[in-house]
Design a protein around this ligand. Structure first.
Ligand code: S3P
Length: 443
């Protein structure tokens, strides 16, 4: 385990690009592997999570290679064309890789085995087992419906209509991907809209996807099975969930000013930007455009005073990965911030609701939690800091804690920086180039 110490930072200044979007990178590889012909992907996130997906797709028979110019080439098998994998598929830390690929193989007539690291093996898989069993797949899972897991894919997959019991883009995507090799219409009903990268990319590849608005703002998404999908050129936008860390760091470290280029601003991922604006952040968006069907923009931000914010539960799906870093902004803001509807944070890479609260308390911030809410009492000034925070195989807890150290009076140490490479390789070097002081713990 590599521990790191984040000391109070200099003003952060610079003009940067953010690594590719993790969600979109997984989907580009998976759909490229399911299409006929070659898919070329530029800007693919080369983090461990996405590399786990690439390795698994190779085991399923697709060609997945990185060119010397950084462009990834995927030679697809066509819908329904995967081979039975000869080895256990190792998903590392990635819930997205595991759930999307289990969905994909659930409608293939062979058996696959999945496992992952200690964090992933603790995460719930019943949420995908239940709908995929209705399609006809058969599962053997570890206690409580967890990895390791074996899936015998359906020989004659049945199209289903499924109402999501939790707001989860991973569950929605697992069902839609199973629907690719299923005859007829596969339909997912979501009460609260979740990130729609799968729908957008399925269409980009030529599949027929319809989206209707359901009562009270929900969505009904249908995919016509057995589409003829052909290889595409894809440009992956910068990941808004990664951009969130330098954005908030620039807000809370005095005199900072940053520009972040070509960041994804899909409205179903943009809840953090709404919160930061409501807190009074000096945030501007320019050069709004589309790349590969996804909206992107340049974001400029400068440090300034923040006030507390009330974040309604309805916003949670649009910023589900951003609560650890929003909580750091809230700790520096003047006044109380209240965040509701956070039950899903308990089943992320770690129990993030507890991890956020515990980290902030150690750094001297007053925090309250219940089953699914977080209340942060901001002091309107840098928190005391001077603590060690355990990252528990959770990349976002690691990065949020390092940002906390940049703005605290005393340094913040994290026990394990390793998980950062799952989603944001180069994070520490990038932040240090901008003015952060992250380095080894003094002996
Ligand atoms: C993701 C969906 C979200 C998110 C995860 C990536 C995706 O999970 O937390 O980091 O790519 O679909 P849920 O769908 O389980 O909320």
């Amino acid at each position: 385990m590599t521990s790191l110490c984040s000391r109070p930072a200099e003003a952060l200044k610079g003009d940067i690009s953010i690594p590719g979007d993790k969600s979109i990178s997984h989907r580009a590889l998976i759909l490229g592997a399911s299409a006929v012909g070659e898919t070329r992907i530029s800007g693919l996130l080369e983090g461990e999570d996405v590399l786990a997906t690439a390795a698994a797709l190779r085991c399923l028979g697709a060609g997945v290679e990185r060119g010397d110019d950084g462009v990834w080439h995927v030679h697809g098998r066509g819908v329904g064309g995967f081979d039975e994998p000869a080895t256990v598929l190792e998903m590392g830390n990635s819930g997205t890789a595991a759930r999307l690929l289990i969905g994909m193989v659930a409608s293939h007539p062979f058996t696959s085995f999945f496992t992952g690291d200690a964090s992933l093996r603790a995460r719930p898989m019943k949420r995908i087992i239940e709908p995929l069993a209705k399609i006809g797949a058969d599962f053997r899972a570890h206690q409580g419906g967890r990895l390791p897991l074996a899936v015998a894919g359906a020989r004659a997959p049945i199209p289903i209509t499924y109402a999501l019991p939790v707001a989860s883009a991973q569950v929605k995507s697992a069902i839609l991907l199973a629907g690719l090799n299923t005859p007829g219409l596969t339909t997912v009903v979501e009460a609260q809209p979740t990130r729609d990268h799968s729908e957008l990319m399925l269409r980009h590849f030529g599949a027929e996807v319809t989206v209707e608005t359901a009562p009270r703002g929900g969505r009904v998404i249908s995919l016509a099975g057995h589409p003829e999908i052909a290889g595409q050129d894809i440009v992956v936008p910068g990941d808004p969930s990664s951009a969130a860390f330098p954005l908030v760091a620039a807000l809370v470290v005095a005199d900072s000013r940053l520009t972040l280029r070509r960041v994804g601003v899909n409205p179903l991922r943009a809840g953090l930007l709404d919160c930061l604006r409501e807190m009074g952040a000096g945030l501007t968006m320019s050069e709004a455009r589309r790349v590969g069907g996804e909206p992107v923009a340049d974001l400029s931000i400068e440090a300034g005073p923040l006030k507390g914010v009330d974040v309604p539960a309805s916003r949670a799906p649009t910023m589900i990965d951003e609560y650890p870093i929003l909580a750091v902004a809230a700790a520096c803001a003047e006044g109380v911030s209240r965040m509701h509807g956070l039950g899903e944070l308990r089943v992320k890479e770690s129990d993030r609701l507890s991890a956020i609260a515990e980290g902030l308390v150690r750094a001297g911030v007053k925090v309250e939690t219940d089953a699914d809410s977080l209340i942060v009492h901001g002091g309107g000034r840098p928190p005391p800091g001077g603590c060690t925070i355990e990252t528990n195989l959770d990349h976002r807890i690691a990065m949020a804690s390092l940002v906390l150290g940049m703005t605290s009076k005393e340094p913040v140490v994290i026990d394990d920086a390793g998980p950062i490479d799952t989603s944001f390789p180069g994070f520490v070097a990038l932040m240090n180039d901008l003015g952060a002081r992250i380095g080894a713990v003094a002996p």
